[in-house]
Write a protein that binds this ligand. Structure first.
Ligand SMILES: Cc1cc2nc3c(=O)[nH]c(=O)nc-3n(C[C@H](O)[C@H](O)[C@H](O)COP(=O)(O)OP(=O)(O)OC[C@H]3O[C@@H](n4cnc5c(N)ncnc54)[C@H](O)[C@@H]3O)c2cc1C
Length: 427
């Protein structure tokens, strides 16, 4: 039987396909690159580096996919976390096109990896964004037009309320945006499949090997309780789980907790009445609701956040009201699994890439848009370490402000900010 200790008791863990146990780091090792963190960012960096001929050690504090990557909604949206209308406003058309192209490359990286390594992660196409507010009703058409005209992306279509509700049986959708080339997958199976590919490519993966500190010299010394790695490059891929490992980037992100539930199997017929396919769905709320059907006919639903260390004691009853607001018809559905995870957001919700020294790279703060951006981050960190930093440097050039109050006082400020936005959501 596969060991699932350390992992939460989630639907993903119960349906994991490649839960391999990797050893703990013991003793001293040398490598070209030491990657810290076994989520999408770290595994993608390690795999891409190994394919370029680097000798790589990956250290994961718990188990591979233990963090947000093994717990998330699985929705792979097109573009960056901000849509192109907002990005054009902030950065201009040219820069917005560059960032859009990167996001498309990120989707291609995922599709390519799943095919190349035959990762059984239930990758499906399609995503519907449900509009929850009258004042947003023009947005789908504006965005679909902009994407078709200025980004050569003809795959989005605006939906009116009845079209949206035909696809998703919720009274809350007043319209929608259909994106035929967005995707959805089983995130834990995807990250475990990538880990298997990385291991086959020669990456030495160690689990239960928390990094306690590292030196900023060249080569760097990376230290765990029972071992150490001397490496020419270090990649920090800890995101919301960074803790105090690197204070110089911690103040740029806010760890926040997000929660999911999985219903009992509802049966094919009832599922088809809820959602007309296996695509991903989310709404336009700031505190977003996101959901999809699983291949064993459950509803996997994410909703609700908190902004302090620690999860609510009763996650099921924390998330369930969000689900019932979208699908009141599920009042009788039993909840079989509930779990939470920690992601990180930045002040402007754009990702934070950079170098702390010429040999220390990091990427974090994907702000809920991490499956594609983190996969891309790993790829471009590998490119940069191999000497082609063009794409990495564009991402690293996006300005990211420090949270007011730094790591000490960021939580109260965030609670105030998020309370404001959740009130706006409801108005
Ligand atoms: C509930 C939830 C739902 C989400 N839904 C979506 C979604 O639908 N679509 C989407 O695009 N994004 C979603 N996200 C965000 C997405 O999951 C993350 O942005 C992404 O997984 C980040 O990947 P990562 O590899 O950077 O970080 P993580 O997956 O969090 O990995 C970081 C790893 O670093 C390890 N680590 C930390 N410190 C150390 C140390 N000192 N030594 C060694 N290892 C260490 C941790 O144990 C962890 O495994 C969601 C997140 C959550 C929590």
């Amino acid at each position: 039987m596969q060991r699932t200790d350390n992992h939460p008791d989630s639907y993903y863990v119960v349906t994991a396909k490649e839960m391999v146990e990797y050893p703990k780091l013991e003793g001293a090792e040398r490598a070209d690159v030491c990657v810290i963190g076994g989520g999408f960012t770290g595994v993608s960096a390690a795999l891409n580096l190994a394919e370029k001929g680097f000798d790589v050690v990956l250290l994961e504090a718990e188990r591979m996919g233990y963090g947000a990557s093994g717990r998330c909604g699985g929705l792979i949206g097109s573009g960056q976390r901000k849509d192109v209308l907002e990005m054009e406003h902030l950065y201009g058309l040219e820069q917005s096109r560059v960032l859009w192209a990167f996001a498309e490359a990120a989707k291609e990286e995922i599709r390519g990896r799943v095919a190349k390594h035959d990762i059984q992660c239930d990758l499906q196409k399609g995503q519907l964004v449900g509009v929850h507010k009258r004042s947003y009703c023009d947005w789908p058409e504006e965005l679909a037009d902009a994407l078709a005209e200025r980004y050569d992306y003809p795959h989005c279509r605006a939906l009116n309320a009845s079209e949206a509700r035909e696809m998703v049986a919720t009274p809350t959708f007043l319209g929608g945006l259909w994106d035929a080339e967005a995707m959805v997958l089983h995130p834990l199976n995807y990250v475990l499949g990538l880990a298997r590919a990385a291991s086959e490519a020669g990456v030495r993966i160690y689990e239960n090997s928390r990094v306690r500190w590292y030196t900023r010299r060249d080569p760097a010394e990376v230290k765990t309780r029972h071992g150490s790695v001397q490496a020419s490059f270090v990649v920090l891929a800890c995101n919301g789980y960074l803790g105090k490992l690197e204070r110089r980037v911690a103040g740029k992100i806010m760890p926040i907790n997000n929660f999911m539930i999985a219903t009992e199997p509802l049966g094919e017929g009832r599922c088809n009445e809820l959602i007309s396919g296996r695509f991903g769905v989310h709404d336009t709320r700031f505190v977003v609701n996101y959901f999809r059907l699983s291949d064993d006919h459950r509803l996997l639903f994410g909703g609700g956040e908190n902004y302090r260390p620690g999860f609510p004691r009763d996650i099921e009853n924390f998330v369930r009201p969000y689900m019932l607001r979208i699908f009141p018809q599920l009042a009788d559905a039993r909840i079989d699994y509930d779990w939470g995870g920690t992601l990180s957001v930045t002040v402007n919700r754009m990702p934070h890439f950079g170098r702390l020294r010429p040999n220390v790279y990091f990427a974090q703060g994907y702000s809920g848009h991490g499956i594609s951006t983190a996969s891309f981050a790993g790829k471009v960190i590998a490119e940069a370490i191999a000497g082609t930093a063009e794409r990495f440097d564009v991402m690293a050039g996006i300005p990211i402000h420090t949270f007011p109050g730094g790591t000490l006082l960021r939580y109260p400020g965030m609670v105030l900010g998020m309370t404001y936005y959740s009130i706006i959501d409801r108005l």
